[in-house]
Design a protein around this ligand. Structure first.
Ligand code: WTA
Length: 656
């Protein structure tokens, strides 16, 4: 394991506890038949071809997989359309009246949208985009709150073959501009504002700031969400258009474009080990195949009777794959919620589960740990007996949280599926299968059928027990097809550390029973509440501030958010190390990147610990931040620096 390994496995083990699938689950389970697992092992291409056949294709593929390491092409020669698969085919099958989305706004307003209604909106909006000059292959940027117009915009893009790039609504104008620029998006779809804990987030204002410096944008479409509550929305003549005005004028019908299986479906930017976010490219046929399969299998989805709720934001990959594409491809009924768990009160979540009769809940360990802190009184006063399956994603779930989730939310009768995957993998890769897998609290258990994962040691040798680096040894249908405009960085980032293997950036351990335990990132990427932020991104934001000479950022263990950002900052000569300056720097990072990147603590120091070659030793800083023994500091250029930093960090109270 490298220095930068996540929390020790010992932190996660409570004791060896086994949780077999609850009784009665097996017969009815989607993957009750173990033979499909064997089939996948012996013939993974055949297995994935079977899954692809569950979709509607306009033309059949002639080759399941072309693998020219590290470039994969799946279902070569096949053509399909994602919105057709998510909408038209369900309506054609007589399911037009089925609810696709039960939407609930933060202020408590609601909308119920059937598959037929969603299809109608998507066709119209596809025509709106065409009317604004968007053609097959053009990129469309989307910067929206969690309102139904967001999936409508995404699906409309897929209908006409225009790849979308959704930018999380919590990101800053700078972050939005950089992503628009990299993708050279032609149109931006946004809203006047979004609700966040009772206040209005000025999305259109942010969009204006971004677009002022993003020359590729020709038109901006603005959905109305907050209206007058956000003040008047300035509209630029000829460039900006209200969503509803364009929709009322758009033709009703828009036939789906026949897309190649390998055509770019979307870009989603994610943090890596440098300051520049990576544009992850996802394809059409392979991606939809795997998100649809995993959504059915991992959540044991029975679309005719389940009510599924993924409490993520569509701005992240979890929302792309498991709010929009997986559930809709499967004809599921979903809940979509605009707000955060703690607003307007601590009952909202459980109230939503009770009111809609949610049967499948998918959320992040951070949320579960927050609920644990609040106590069981909140879930206890709601009837949540409708729940059948509970999912977890985004970060390692500690066994305490797993057991609490199982006991207090699932009432002891719901399998808990801890799902490991990444923006890059596009879909779930390691997870239990309800009705099949005996779980251990805190373990994501085993790779899914069709997926080959191995843990390797420093030299790249596969190990079947113990800790090391998580790698994937075979291509999978939803895998990223590359980094937008940068094939070299794609090879270098994912395929160069270990020969012939995709390296996921995570540490993992295989226990004596062969179970996989995810240990967190081993690179310079932090995981804050399940969201990836790179240390380099935050550092580069800090040194942009005129008072800062140098900065080093680490993720320190945090009981609720998994990790918290700690910034060690050296100010320029003549600058004062005051509490106000610390606040200013925290705010600076939040403005520059988005509030999820706001450091929890800023620690001022005259010097940073460096090796003799001048590299900042982040491991030491992390040890300081987490109050651990420092071990060997003899490689430091000046070992005294670290004592000084430790003194400073204990003297400075944590902010927030
Ligand atoms: C982490 C989120 C442990 C991991 C879907 C990965 C997890 C990164 C789990 C990807 C899990 C995700 N257990 N760690 N079940 N799921 N991770 O791209 O470090 O936002 O590399 O995708 O989250 O984050 P991303």
């Amino acid at each position: 394991m490298s220095d930068d390994g996540g929390a020790a496995i010992e932190d996660y083990y409570l004791e060896e506890r086994l949780f077999p699938p609850p009784e009665g689950f097996v017969d009815d389970a989607v993957v009750a038949d173990r033979s499909i697992i064997e089939r996948a092992q012996h013939d993974f291409e055949g297995f994935w071809a079977d899954q692809a056949r569950a979709l509607d294709w306009f033309d059949d593929w002639h080759t399941v997989l072309e693998w020219d390491l590290p470039f994969a092409r799946w279902f070569v020669g096949g053509t399909l359309n994602v919105s057709h698969n998510c909408l038209d085919r369900h309506v054609a099958a007589g399911l037009g009246e089925r609810v696709a989305i039960h939407w609930e706004g933060e202020p408590g307003d609601t909308r119920t949208i059937t598959y037929a209604e969603l299809l109608a909106d998507v066709e119209r909006f596809a025509n709106v985009l065409k009317g604004l000059g968007v053609r097959r292959g053009d990129r469309v940027a989307i910067y929206m709150p969690m309102i139904p117009e967001l999936p409508v915009a995404m699906l409309a893009c897929t209908r006409i073959g225009a790849p979308h790039s959704v930018v999380f609504g919590g990101f800053s104008p700078d972050a939005l501009r950089d992503r628009i620029d990299d993708a050279q998006a032609k149109v931006l779809v946004t809203a006047d504002g979004g609700w966040r804990r009772g206040a209005v987030v000025a999305l259109k204002e942010n969009a204006d700031t971004a677009v002022a410096e993003a020359a590729s944008i020709e038109h901006v479409v603005v959905a109305r969400r907050t209206g007058d509550a956000g003040g008047t929305t300035p509209m630029t003549d000829g460039r900006d258009h209200w969503w509803d005005e364009l929709m009322s004028k758009a033709p009703e019908s828009c036939p789906p474009e026949h897309m190649d299986a390998e055509d770019l479906l979307y870009l989603l930017y994610t943090s890596g080990t440098t300051a520049k976010p990576k544009g992850i490219m996802h394809s059409t046929g392979g991606y939809l195949t795997q998100v649809a399969f995993t959504h059915r299998a991992v959540f044991d989805l029975h679309p005719e009777r389940d009510v599924y709720w993924c409490a993520a934001d569509i701005g992240w990959v979890t929302g792309h794959s498991y709010i929009v594409y997986g559930p809709l491809a499967n004809g599921a009924t979903s809940v979509m919620y605009e707000g955060t768990p703690d607003f307007p009160d601590k009952d909202r979540w459980w109230d939503i589960i009770e009111r809609y009769g949610v049967t499948i809940l998918y959320c992040a360990p951070t949320a579960i740990r927050t609920f644990m802190k609040w106590g069981t009184e909140f879930p206890e006063r709601h009837d949540m007996s409708s729940l059948r399956v509970l999912g977890s994603v985004g970060e390692p779930i500690n066994p305490e949280a797993w057991v609490w989730y199982w006991t207090h939310i699932g009432g002891g009768h719901c399998p808990v599926v801890d799902t490991w995957w990444q923006t890059e993998t596009g879909a779930i890769m390691i997870s239990p299968l309800p009705g099949i897998t005996t779980c251990k609290p805190g373990s994501a258990t085993f790779p899914l059928p069709g997926i080959a994962a191995e843990v390797v040691d420093d030299s790249g040798k596969s190990i079947d027990r113990g800790g090391g680096y998580l790698t994937l040894t075979r291509p999978w249908p939803a895998m990223l097809r590359g980094l937008y405009g940068d094939p070299e960085r794609y090879k270098e980032t994912y395929w160069s550390r270990f020969d012939g293997r995709y390296f996921a950036g995570d540490g993992a351990k295989i226990d004596d029973d062969g179970y996989f335990w995810l240990l967190g990132r081993v690179d310079d990427v932090m995981n804050i509440s399940g969201h990836r932020i790179s240390t380099a991104e935050v550092e580069s934001s800090l040194v942009n501030h005129p008072s800062v000479a140098e900065a080093a950022v680490v993720g320190a263990k945090d009981d609720t958010t998994g990790q918290a950002i700690i910034a060690f900052v050296t100010l320029k000569a003549g600058q004062n190390e005051t509490a106000e300056r610390g606040e200013e720097l925290r705010g600076h990072v939040a403005r520059h990147i988005g509030s999820i990147a706001r450091p929890r603590t800023v620690i001022f120091t005259d010097e940073l610990p460096k090796t003799r070659s001048g590299k900042i030793m982040r491991r030491l800083l992390r040890d300081v931040a987490e109050g651990r023994d420092l071990g060997d500091t003899t490689t430091l250029a000046d070992p005294r620096v670290v004592d000084e930093i430790r003194r400073l960090s204990t003297a400075q109270p944590t902010e927030d």
